[in-house]
Write a protein that binds this ligand. Structure first.
Ligand SMILES: O=C(O)/C=C/C(=O)CC(=O)CC(=O)O
Ligand SMILES: [Ca+2]
Ligand SMILES: [Mg+2]
Length: 442
């Protein structure tokens, strides 16, 4: 039986926990890869307190029944243990897959009785699901489009010349390390490296003393491009596969010594943490905004980076938070403490501009590649997306509610990133957590 699919957005689901869920209502439907003990990894969709098991849904023939175009093919690929092939299908198939999910899960769906009969085999309790990295990440590039961060860090590293003259022409980035990207919940050991003690000319080797986090938006590449074929700015948004949160852990003392002239190297390659759910561009569409205008006197982007549609709706209004949980707080049963609130509107370049710039020289982007936005700090105290900024270079310690103080991260510290968008007519969507813990150097 084929149900006619419309582009309307139902709000209520027969999955009760989804209704009014702040993160995973029908408005969201993010895709991830999970494992339940004793079973193979597979794709799933977050819905309320459950994960819709796509392998079970596909095997039950549900997507064939609601079939519209590519939805069943997309569902079969999304059920796999890595989502690269799903990403490669591109935007059109993803939109049809989303429409099919809505038809299956909306209140009054003709599929409700059959789906309910599958019980917890189909709707897995989220608390039993271990989330995994959703794709094989071929390449990871970290941008620097948070202009407030660029300015703040620039002042600390280069007081005379905080924002270099290329910043307002080039979406600056560096090639990160894909091999050490881990999913939320990961731990990592404090990195060791070379640092230059104050007033010295010869470096020492040892554990970093200035370990930091960075609050970033992660961007998954959907369909890629052929080597040599740049992605025009007017098509760039169609190459975005989805979004997550990303923590680009950084050893500031290693960074300060190593970064000239080629940029960050070992100061950032030891660990990067991402949130597990891929938030689709369709779910984020209601939260698109005009790109904030450039301050008076700033140059226009060069033509290849300028598109009127992108300027009109290429920015996103996503509220961001960073929380810290120290070992002592955890032992005392305390909740993590918010140490930063910011927003993705602090990006100087749009995601489409990042995609186009990355490919303009013919560089190939592949499905499942990952971008970091760069650290998304606001302008005010309390809105800074790294400890380097929150503590003014380590000079003014953060005072925590339980009396502890932090300049940089200590062993046992946990950093949690969160993000949420609030819809105008009520309702919200959330990204889920990006959580990581610092272990002692080994
Ligand atoms: O040299 C600088 O000004 C700083 C560079 C970085 O910290 C690189 C980075 O990760 C950029 C970012 O997250 O915004
Ligand atoms: Ca970064
Ligand atoms: Mg990193």
């Amino acid at each position: 039986m084929t149900q006619s699919l419309t582009s309307h957005q139902p709000v209520r689901s027969w999955v009760r926990s989804a209704n009014d869920h702040p993160d995973f209502s029908l408005l969201n439907l993010p895709l991830g890869v999970f494992r339940v003990a004793g079973e193979s990894p597979r794709g799933g969709v977050a819905i309320g307190d459950s994960v819709l098991d796509l392998r079970v849904a596909v095997d039950a023939g549900l997507f064939v029944e609601v079939e519209q175009g590519l939805a069943a093919k997309a569902a079969a690929l999304a059920a796999g243990s890595q989502l690269n092939a799903f990403f490669a299908l591109g935007k059109h198939a993803r939109v049809q897959f989303r429409q099919a999910l809505l038809a299956l899960l909306e209140e009054g769906s003709v599929y409700q009785v059959r789906m309910e009969a599958l019980g917890e085999a189909l709707l897995r309790p989220m608390s039993l699901c271990e989330m995994l990295l959703p794709a094989r990440i071929g390449d990871y590039t970290d941008f620097y489009v948070g202009i407030n961060h660029a300015m703040n860090v620039g002042k600390l590293f280069r007081p005379d010349n905080p924002l270099l003259p290329n910043y307002k022409y080039v979406p600056i980035g560096y090639h990160g390390r894909a091999s050490t990207i881990a999913v939320s919940g990961a731990t990592f050991h404090r990195p060791k490296g070379q640092t230059l003690p104050a007033g010295q000319t010869v470096p020492v080797f040892g554990p970093s003393k200035k370990l930091d986090f960075e609050l970033e938006l992660g961007i998954w590449i959907g369909s890629g491009n052929q080597v040599g074929q740049a992605i025009p700015i007017s098509e760039a948004a169609d190459h975005i596969g989805g979004f997550c949160l990303l923590n680009d852990w950084s050893a500031r003392d290693v960074q300060a010594w190593e970064y000239q002239p080629l940029g960050p190297f070992l100061s950032k390659s030891f660990a990067t943490t991402v949130s597990p759910w891929i938030i689709s561009p369709e779910a984020l569409a209601p939260f698109r905004k005009a790109q904030p205008s450039r301050p008076e006197g700033d140059p226009e982007p060069l033509d290849y980076l300028l598109d009127h549609k992108d300027q009109a709706e290429g920015a996103y209004d996503i509220e961001l938070e960073v929380l810290l949980l120290t070992e002592r707080m955890a032992a005392e049963g305390m909740e993590p403490e918010v140490i930063c609130r910011s927003n993705t509107l602090n990006m100087y370049w749009t995601v489409a501009q990042m995609v186009t710039h990355h490919s303009v020289n013919g560089c190939q982007l592949q499905s499942g590649d990952l971008f970091g936005s760069g650290t998304l700090s606001g302008k005010e105290e309390g809105e800074f997306g790294s400890l380097l900024e929150l503590t003014h270079g380590g000079k003014e310690a953060l005072q925590l509610a339980n009396g502890e103080r932090r300049t940089f991260l200590e062993d046992g510290d946990v950093i949690v990133l969160r993000a949420r968008c609030h819809a105008e007519g009520g309702g919200s969507i959330g990204f889920g957590e990006c959580r990581g813990k610092v272990l002692p150097a080994c």
